[in-house]
Design a protein around this ligand. Structure first.
Ligand code: IVH
Length: 672
């Protein structure tokens, strides 16, 4: 393939990335996309001089920075004055009419006001060259490497090269937008953090800002951030639209994500009416919006109007009523999750927030309560935003009467009364009793779920029914359920009972990996279960392993080793194992005899793109010679196999003194 074909391949990938991430209407499958990316990486391995910052391969995240450089913005990055209702908006219009009577006939554009992080993107000859935070409006921080990882930011414009002939691209173009984390992604991230016992984030805005204003681009790359753009800050050479509405259309044609909620109106009254519909509709937006922005459409007029302080006269932020209220925190209670994590929550004096009565709000974790010094009886500030679970922001200290009570985290599980445990390096406290009734429902739910034992016909309702009726006291009881007993339950007829029993019968054939992952041992997810089932042939073998033995397995640190030993050491769990065995739910794994080879007992980590091998090839090669491949570099790593454009693993290997080898050296080593 020659350079020209390589450039075409890059364009093609950019285009499909755009179809997928910006338009949400992909034209090719994920597998086809991966194939294109692999082809690109192979080419770049052979022609390193071809690689430029706009290559799709550059989104993975570069090596961490020491600090952010400063960037002076080409023009001030302005803020907005607020309006708190239709009256304020009309008064604003009257004010500007006095300055320029053309406003009388002006059109208005309404856009959502996204509660994210303001960003400034610089393009030169169509290439994304720099990205910055707003900072103080004059000077921001250079966060280019982080922004490059956001898949909806075009690395080259126009994204659709067919536009090149019909659209003018200035030599320099600086645009402004908002980076944010969609609410769904925020909830998902917090759910994962909570399950892992880690600190959760307070709100989407902080998470987005925190992900962008930190020095490791690979962390940014792991966060599903996205952007919406709305303004051209500066340009050199090229013809630009003269209205806000056309600006949005122009930016869209270049391949930028632009709000699909934005609309243009012939007069302010219609603009305000539209804005007000979003007062109630805001929960439908996939991001947090704290209002709508109303802008004068004519950009010449807008510029001439000038600004007051940092606020342009030509636009106004029409704020939604705040979704923060104060109320009394009556009691702090503790919830027990599936993995046994204890999560404190507030029982509130019921209060309306944006049309919804809120009676409970999360308190995140025990550290949060301590840090904020939140006490039972306090007046607290509570926020509800979009679909995010309402959360307590903090106490109103001035409103204290002295009767408030400090909270002491429980030392035993609020449901089963067993002592709670803490794992080093995590904020969470756990109830580790698998038979704890609070956990039982969620435990069984997880056990039967698709990713675990995959037992069809066993939804949450039935799980609850089985537990409530006393038929199921632990996951093993599922396999001794009898038809007669099921028929006595509400809503069970012949067919339903048979379906369930069939599903259970089939589940007996599931692999050890699935059963192991289904048991819900802290730290043993799908991947870890797979790794363990390569070493241990059944649950008996695993239950006999010591913490030391377990730690020899890659990916198993002292915490997971201890948690596995602890799980098998509990009498309740031993009972479950005994019952599973008796019910013949006892899968065996075939342990592959290690092929004798040059790499016996050696562990490899791969980083960057290799010259000849694909990742899978390299892995197979190493394993065929008796070695192992893991994901992250640690002191246990024997070699780092280094390719082109390595990630942060390279730095880590260097700092730990891990030996670094090339693909050629690997092949030589294999022959020894
Ligand atoms: S226009 C002169 N439009 O809101 C232009 N701002 O409170 C001034 N924001 O700092 C900004 N969405 O970060 C504008 N569609 C939108 C916006 C928006 C969010 C943010 C922006 C600004 C803040 C002002």
């Amino acid at each position: 393939m020659n350079k020209k074909q390589y450039e075409e391949l890059k364009e093609k990938i950019h285009f499909h990335n755009y179809r997928y991430h910006v338009l949400d209407t992909p034209l090719i499958s994920d597998a086809e996309y991966d194939k294109l990316m692999n082809e690109l990486k192979r080419l770049e391995a052979d022609h390193q001089d071809w690689i430029s910052p706009d290559s799709p391969s550059q989104r993975a995240g570069a090596a961490p920075l020491e600090k952010f450089e400063k960037v002076r913005h080409p023009a001030p990055i302005l803020s907005l004055a607020n309006a708190f209702g239709a009256e304020d908006a009309r008064a604003w219009r009257e004010r500007v009419i006095k300055i320029d009577e053309r406003v009388e006939k002006a059109k208005f554009v309404v856009e959502p006001k996204i509660d994210g992080l303001s960003i400034v993107l610089h393009y030169e000859n169509g290439l994304f060259v720099q990205g910055a935070t707003r900072g103080d409006g004059e000077v921001g921080e250079d966060i280019t490497a982080n922004l490059r990882t956001i898949k909806t930011i075009p690395l080259k414009i126009p994204v659709n090269s067919e536009q090149s002939s019909v659209i003018s691209i200035p030599k320099k173009l600086v645009i402004r937008g908002e980076a944010y984390l969609p609410i769904k992604e925020f909830d998902e991230l917090n759910r994962k953090l909570e399950e892992a016992g880690e600190k959760t984030y307070l709100n989407p805005r902080n998470t987005a800002a925190g992900s962008l204003r930190q020095l490791d681009p690979t962390l940014t790359a792991s966060r599903p951030l996205t952007i919406l753009v709305y303004q051209i800050i500066h340009s050199e050479g090229g013809k630009l639209p003269s209205s806000q509405w056309e600006t949005l259309e122009y930016l869209k044609a270049l391949g930028f994500p632009v709000s699909d909620v934005a609309k243009r109106f012939n007069n302010l009254d219609s603009a305000v009416a539209y804005t007000e519909t979003w007062n109630t509709g805001r929960d439908q937006l996939p991001y947090e919006a704290d209002g709508m922005v109303i802008k004068i459409d004519d950009l010449n007029l807008a510029n001439e109007l000038g600004f007051v302080g940092k606020d342009p006269r030509s636009a106004i932020a029409f704020k939604f009523p705040a979704r923060e209220v104060t109320t009394t925190l009556q009691e702090i209670r503790v919830n027990v999750g599936r993995t046994g994590v204890l999560t404190p929550y507030a029982v509130l004096e019921p209060v309306e927030i944006g049309g919804v009565i809120v009676e409970r709000a999360t308190l995140h974790n025990f550290d949060f309560i301590e840090e904020k010094d939140i006490r039972a009886g306090d007046r607290v500030l509570v926020k509800r935003a979009g679909e995010v679970i309402p959360y307590v922001i903090g106490p109103v200290v001035d409103a204290r009467t002295g009767k408030e009570k400090k909270f002491k985290p429980p030392t035993t599980c609020p449901t089963c009364d067993q002592a709670v445990e803490h794992f080093e390096g995590e904020v969470a406290w756990y109830c580790v009793n698998a038979a704890c009734p609070a956990q039982l429902v969620r435990n069984v739910e997880h056990f039967v779920s698709r990713g675990a034992m995959d037992i069809g016909g066993l939804g949450i309702k039935i799980v609850e029914q089985l537990i409530e009726s006393g038929l199921v006291k632990d996951v093993a009881d599922l396999f001794t359920l009898k038809k007669e007993a099921l028929l006595k339950l509400d809503g069970f007829a012949d067919k339903k009972a048979e379906n369930l029993l069939n599903g259970l019968e089939q589940a007996k054939a599931q692999s050890l990996k699935r059963l192991l992952g289904a048991l819900g041992i802290h730290g043993v997810g799908e991947v870890m279960a797979g790794d363990l089932s390569k070493v241990f042939s059944d649950l008996d073998a695993l239950s006999k392993a010591s913490a030391d033995e377990l730690q020899k397995i890659d990916g198993v640190g002292p915490n997971i080793a201890e948690s596995i030993v602890d799980w098998f050491g509990r009498a309740a769990n031993q009972k479950i194992l005994k019952k599973l065995k008796a019910a013949k739910v006892w899968p065996h794994a075939e342990i592959k005899e290690k092929k004798g080879g040059a790499f016996n007992d050696l562990t490899f980590v791969i980083t960057g793109t290799l010259p000849a091998f694909s990742r899978d090839d390299a892995k197979a090669f190493i394993e065929d010679h008796g070695g192992k491949v893991t994901d992250s570099v640690s002191k246990k790593t024997s070699y780092l196999l280094l390719g082109v454009e390595p990630g942060s693993k390279f730095e880590k290997a260097k700092s730990l003194g891990v030996k670094i080898i090339s693909e050629d050296e690997l092949k030589k080593l294999a022959k020894k």
